[in-house]
Design a binder for this molecule. Structure first.
Ligand code: CO
Ligand code: ZN
Length: 324
């Protein structure tokens, strides 16, 4: 879990993926033939082979906040970078790239909380002092550390560093690789699958599989959803961005059954993953998504189950070894 801890500690909101890309590239380099960064910033790791092109995608970026205005008293107004609700961030800590720390809070007269009525307090006395530390356009991420709890782990940016972790570990573990394999770590997923769009145009895969977190229905009074923590990775059949291709479904379920890995079927009304962009690239690409069941998605403490994480690694490893 050391690597997962390292990945979740990394500061890299959408559009600023330099830190996380460097970390992942160092992990991947000994195990693949080529590692390169495309113009958008996607990290493309290729294990060259003669067979069909099999692409896996996990996004490197995390949700964050961008400063839009600094007021006379030194409070910062902001917009979210990616989908963040007021519930998820009120009175939580944030950190800017230069290490400046802040707390997100809200106007005290407000009843219906939304981000327009919220601000970041960096402890500045006034505008001039605040401007020494941050400027309009600067981004912050959640300031929260990795923690183990029971059989689970919580951290910021499990979405989708846990997917990056599974892909890294699977490429490192795979004993065979019959395909021309592309492990792609994408940028700007949280802003609408932007990196995956250009990466898959470039790679032209024969099959694309995204690895990402997905919501669960196992907490008190939660919405009805088939996924639970601890019952294995999800095979996502649908969300708002795509519907699984029968070939991808067969590939994923075949590998899970062959390696006797527990899995859960999942159909979601909303949400999206990089598979949404990959399947529509070029002339079309059969695509699927492996889900890591996750509680409190887009909050500063996203919770995953460690057995699910290991089973996700095993599933991706088996898929790489089996090939298409
Ligand atoms: Co997300
Ligand atoms: Zn995600």
């Amino acid at each position: 879990m050391e690597l997962l801890k390292k990945l979740t500690r990394c500061w890299s909101p959408s559009g600023r993926e330099d830190n996380i890309r460097e970390l992942i590239a160092a992990e991947m380099e000994p195990y693949v033939t080529d590692v390169y960064t495309d113009p958008m910033g996607n990290l493309i790791c290729r294990k060259k082979g003669n067979g069909k092109r099999l692409m896996f995608a996990a996004h490197m970026d995390e949700i964050g906040f961008m400063v839009t205005n600094i007021d006379d008293k030194g409070f910062l107004r902001f917009v979210s970078v990616g989908g963040i609700s007021a519930h998820n961030c009120v009175n939580r800590g944030v950190i800017f790239e230069n290490g400046t720390r802040g707390v997100i809070s809200y106007e005290k007269t407000v009843r219906d909380l939304n981000l327009d009525k919220m601000y970041i307090d960096i402890g500045a006395a006034d505008r001039a002092e605040a401007e020494k530390k941050v400027s309009v356009g600067d981004m912050a991420g959640y300031d929260e550390d990795f923690a183990l709890m029971g059989g689970c782990a919580s951290a910021k940016s499990m979405d989708d560093r846990v997917g990056c972790y599974a892909l890294i570990k699977a490429v490192q573990a795979a004993k065979t690789c019959p395909n021309d394999l592309y492990a792609v770590f994408t940028v700007q997923e949280e802003l609408g699958l932007r990196g995956a769009k250009t990466a898959s145009f470039n790679v032209e895969p024969d099959m694309g599989i995204a690895i990402d977190v997905s919501m669960v229905g196992d907490t008190p009074e939660s919405a009805k959803h088939s996924l639970s923590l601890g019952k294995g990775p999800g095979v996502k059949l649908k969300d708002a961005s795509f519907i699984i291709h029968p070939k991808a479904r067969e590939f994923m379920l075949g590998a899970a059954k062959a390696a006797e890995i527990p899995y859960q079927l999942e159909a979601a009304a909303y949400g999206g993953t990089d598979a949404g962009a990959i399947h529509l690239s070029g002339g079309g690409v059969p695509s699927g998504t492996i889900s890591v069941p996750t509680r409190y998605i887009h909050s500063p403490r996203e919770v995953v189950n460690l057995a699910d994480v290991e089973n996700t690694v095993r599933l991706v490893t088996k898929m790489i070894e089996t090939g298409i």
